[in-house]
Design a binder for this molecule. Structure first.
Ligand SMILES: Cc1cc2nc3c(=O)[nH]c(=O)nc-3n(C[C@H](O)[C@H](O)[C@H](O)COP(=O)(O)OP(=O)(O)OC[C@H]3O[C@@H](n4cnc5c(N)ncnc54)[C@H](O)[C@@H]3O)c2cc1C
Ligand code: SF4
Ligand code: SF4
Ligand code: SF4
Length: 307
């Protein structure tokens, strides 16, 4: 039986941890909390950073939820075959290099207001809005935007909140944490939006029986992802410092072979991607095997496309 001790030794302290916060979400004794500046979980009892008394007496829920730990052996392992079996009833074929899928589509929201507010085609926002309008969803956990391109997990339940939190932030945002607010509001049909590593937490919880949380997730919307940037060097030093862009006047940041920054005055600033490579996280992401959010119900990406 594995618990926080193995999670800490095998995943967190080795930098395999992606920072998805699934372990923090599910911990029933509030032993774990999330360090937003380090983008990692930590044990709140400073005397025992690497262990947990509840774990020693039988609790294993954090280990069950972690998408990077094999909870049976207590070691780092990609649980992909287990997740594929639980999601699709089979493991992937050898030609399914970016995961099992039903269809690949080029799509865009038909409502121009959604497209104008969104990152690429607005499909992510359109699906959530449709879910809220039809009653298929009663909320979504997404990434909120504080005006300076910084992120925080947020539960949205209204069309204004959905459009107000659309577009991409290229820094990490542990969206699963906002499921706590969904539980507090007694919502039962919640869409979870997240980059690939966050999405894998949903089927890992379902497959290992952490159903209190997985049952609440009615839909997973994955964002294709190959890296995230560190807020301070990327936003403050590079964009604001080196390029003199006032972050409070940034409309949108997109990555299309280069960093494309749309300012609210209509001007565009381009930054070569190579200049920013060293500003990406050097933990979690270098170990990540999943670009296409393989375990999402629908995965969205816009590389090579405009609008
Ligand atoms: C960190 C990151 C890296 C990405 N890398 C690639 C890539 O390499 N190639 C590619 O093709 N696409 C990538 N994407 C996906 C792309 O930027 C768009 O999110 C995707 O095309 C969907 O566009 P949309 O117009 O449908 O989304 P929208 O309708 O604008 O909806 C986007 C949703 O994503 C949520 N969101 C925004 N930022 C984050 C975040 N940091 N973490 C979790 N949720 C968030 C928003 O709150 C909103 O709900 C990346 C996205 C992110 C966040
Ligand atoms: S073992 Fe249980 S109580 Fe301890 S950190 Fe993990 S989930 Fe929390
Ligand atoms: S990968 Fe996610 S669940 Fe696993 S230790 Fe890191 S934050 Fe917790
Ligand atoms: S590259 Fe992988 S680990 Fe890093 S943020 Fe994206 S999905 Fe998560």
């Amino acid at each position: 039986m594995s618990h926080w001790k193995e999670l800490f030794a095998e995943i967190v302290s080795t930098d395999v941890c992606c920072g998805c916060a699934a372990c923090v979400l599910v911990c029933p004794h509030h032993v774990l909390d999330y360090d937003f500046s380090m983008e990692k979980p930590f044990q709140t009892d400073e005397q025992r950073p690497n262990s947990c008394s509840h774990g020693e007496t039988g609790c294993e829920i954090c280990a069950l939820a972690c998408p990077r730990l094999d909870h049976e052996t207590g070691v780092w392992r990609w649980n992909w075959p287990q997740l594929e079996e639980s999601l699709y009833g089979r493991t992937r074929r050898s030609d399914e290099v970016f995961g099992g899928y039903m269809q690949v589509l080029l799509a865009r929201a038909s409502d121009p207001k959604i497209v104008a507010n969104a990152q690429d085609g607005g499909v992510g926002s359109a699906i959530i809005l449709h879910g809220l309008a039809t009653g298929a969803l009663d909320g979504a956990v997404v990434s909120a935007f504080d005006g300076n391109q910084m992120t925080s997990p947020k539960l949205v339940t209204t069309p204004d909140e959905v459009l107000g939190t659309a577009r991409s932030r290229y820094t990490y945002c542990a969206t699963p944490l906002a499921l706590r607010d969904a539980a507090a509001a007694r919502l039962r049909k919640v869409a979870m939006v997240g980059v690939s590593c966050e999405i894998s937490a949903a089927p890992k919880m379902a497959a290992s029986g952490v159903r209190k949380w997985s049952n609440r997730i009615a839909l997973t919307i994955g964002l294709m992802c190959s890296e995230t940037f560190l807020p301070q060097p990327f936003l403050e030093q590079k964009i604001q410092g080196d390029y003199g862009v006032d972050m409070s006047k940034v409309e949108k940041i997109n990555i299309k072979g280069k960093i494309v920054i749309d300012r609210s005055d209509g001007e565009q600033v381009n930054i070569p991607l190579d200049e920013c490579r060293s500003l990406a996280r050097d933990w979690g992401c270098p170990f990540c095997p999943d670009f296409s959010a393989e375990h999402a119900d629908i995965s969205l990406g816009g590389l090579g496309m405009e609008g």
